[in-house]
Structures are given as C-alpha cells and as structure tokens.
Write a protein that binds this ligand. Structure first.
Ligand code: PMP
Length: 307
C-alpha cells in the first residue's frame, strides 16, 4: 500500500510529515469528523479519472451538516483539491480520503461557539478491500453480534468517524472467528449492511437490496441500481431477514473500496453453490469497465479527469 506523500490540508498541498494536527482536536476525543472514500482509476483513453467525485463530496458536505457544523468549503473547491492531490502524487489510480474534522478548541463535549473545521485529503494505492480471493471467489460473511445502531441513536446517513466504532468491533469479531466481513442487523433483526459495504441479494431472478433505513446511502449502491435499471432489471429496496439471505441464489456487497464483491457464504451457509453467480459476475466485470471509462453509456459526468 503506497501512500501519497503529498496531502491537501486546509487549502494547500504539503508533504505529509508537515501536516500537523493538534492533540486538542475535538475530533480526536469525540469522533466529530466526517469522511469519504473515493477511487480514481486509470482510463482506457489514457490518464486517470475520479469516479463519482461530486456525489462523494456532496455526501461529505451533508455529513457535516448532519453533525450540525458549518462547512467552509464548496464542493467545487474540494473537487479541485482532490485533483490537485492526485497530481501532486502522480497518481492516476488510487484511493482518496477527504476527512473534515473539528480541530483545536474547547475540549468539553460541547465544541464551543466557534469550532475549527479542518479538511485534509489523503491518497494511497489500495487493492481489493476484501482481498483478491474475496473478489474473485466470493467473501465469507458472518452476522455480527453487534447491531447497526437504531436511527434514533445514530446519524446513519452521515459518514461520521465516531460512528465507525461499531463497525470496527464487528469487523474484529468477524476476523477473529475466521470470516472476512461482518453483516449487521438492525434492532428489529433485519439485515442492514457490512461494516463498509451495502448488501444485495438475488433470488429467482429478483434483485433486492436493504432499504435506506439505518444504512449508509452508498454511491456504489446507487451506481448498481442505475446499472440494473438500464438493463430493465427491477431492484426492490426492502427489509429482509438473515434466513432469506441464506437461501439467496446470489448475493454481493457493494462499496467504493470493496467495489463489487460476491458473497460466498453467510454464517457458514453457502450462497447458491458457493461460487459467484452469473448476475454478480457480469456486474463485477461491467463495474470494472465502467469505472475505467469503457462503458460510456452509463452516467454522464461520473468520471472527473485528473488534469
Ligand atoms: N456502508 C458503510 C457503512 C460504508 O462505510 C460504506 C463505504 N463508504 C458503504 C456502505 C458503501 O458506500 P459507497 O458505495 O458510497 O462507498
């Protein structure tokens, strides 16, 4: 994992070792940060491009709004920042991590009247999030003992740093038990999502994904829904249970980092015959082509050139 050694920090490009944050940063103590995960891909036509950059930065702005803070940057300023940091590191293909956080200020839970909102954009090279084997052969999931928090006790539409602790403990529990990733239920016992991915299942030709109750509104999820719509395949957004998932013909996870990762098993029950199904495989291939500018019929403006 090569890290970009130049970062964008509060409007300037600088070497990562010169980008300092204060130990008095509110976000370090209380998780008051919002972030994004974005990927840039080498394009068939040459050069690199960032996939659905504007949508990610709109979500970042909304996450900050959900937390209740003012955001001093426009989406267009952040678009320029993301392009600049890729160029500064000579990256045509990489992962980008913008992170906005409440910086140095009063250290009570109340961040004070005038919190500093710092914004950094980091980059690194990142392969398959759930491993090459996971993306090729399917990933092994377990339903976690930790729940995706209820909508009344978390801000589920925000990608907010402090909220990831549940995901961290669920993921560690899953890995320690020999699985690749955890799936979380909601407090009513319905499936929600992985710790960093949305969930789809296919049964008798019907595609379902968990409804936007307590899940993050994933941009890959939106891309996949538009993909199926163009193909004339209906996607039903609904609640479903773990046993419904056990008996799916196919299932897959979607996410910027995980891209399209087929699911091999859930709680040791094979999904279908335990091999990626035809719909998942075709989607995986088409997604890989789409993000590299090979399927221009999808999404006008989805690829922002790094230039
Ligand atoms: N759910 C959670 C909890 C996530 O962290 C992510 C990754 N951002 C996703 C779903 C997938 O979202 P996206 O497709 O926008 O990356």
């Amino acid at each position: 994992m090569a890290r970009g050694n130049q970062v964008w920090y509060n409007g300037k490009i600088l070497p990562v070792e010169n980008a300092k944050i204060s130990l008095f940063s509110h976000a370090l103590h209380y998780g008051t940060g919002a972030f994004e995960g974005i990927r840039a891909y080498k394009q068939k036509s040459g050069g690199g491009a960032i996939f659905r950059l504007r949508e990610h930065l709109v979500r970042l702005t909304e996450s900050v709004k959900i937390m209740g803070f003012a955001f001093p940057y426009t989406v267009d300023q952040m678009i320029e920042g993301c392009i600049a940091v890729c160029k500064a590191n000579n990256f045509e293909e990489c992962y980008l991590r913008p992170i906005a956080f409440i910086g140095d200020g009063p250290l009570g839970v109340h961040p004070g009247a005038n919190p500093t909102l710092d914004l950094a954009i980091l980059t690194w090279e990142w392969g398959s999030y759930l491993g090459d084997k996971g993306i090729d052969e399917g990933t092994k999931l377990v339903v976690s003992s930790y729940l995706r928090p209820h909508v009344n006790s978390s801000l589920t539409k925000g990608k907010i740093t402090g909220q990831y602790l549940t995901g961290v403990v669920a993921k560690r529990e899953a890995i320690a038990a020999g699985f690749d990733e955890a799936l979380m239920l909601d407090p009513d016992g319905f499936m929600t999502e992985g710790t960093g991915e949305n969930l789809f299942m296919v049964k008798d030709g019907v595609v379902k994904t968990t409804s936007l109750t307590s899940i993050l509104n994933g941009i890959t999820r939106q891309t996949v829904m538009e993909y199926f719509k163009r193909k004339g395949i209906e996607v039903i957004e609904t609640r479903f249970t773990r046993d419904e998932l056990y008996t799916a013909d196919e299932a897959f996870l979607t996410g910027t980092a995980a891209e399209i990762t087929p699911i091999k098993s859930v709680d040791n029950r094979l999904i279908g015959n335990g091999k990626p199904g035809p719909l998942s495989l075709k989607l995986k291939q088409d997604y890989a082509a789409l993000v590299r500018g090979e399927l221009p019929e999808y999404g006008k403006g989805w690829l922002t050139p790094i230039k």
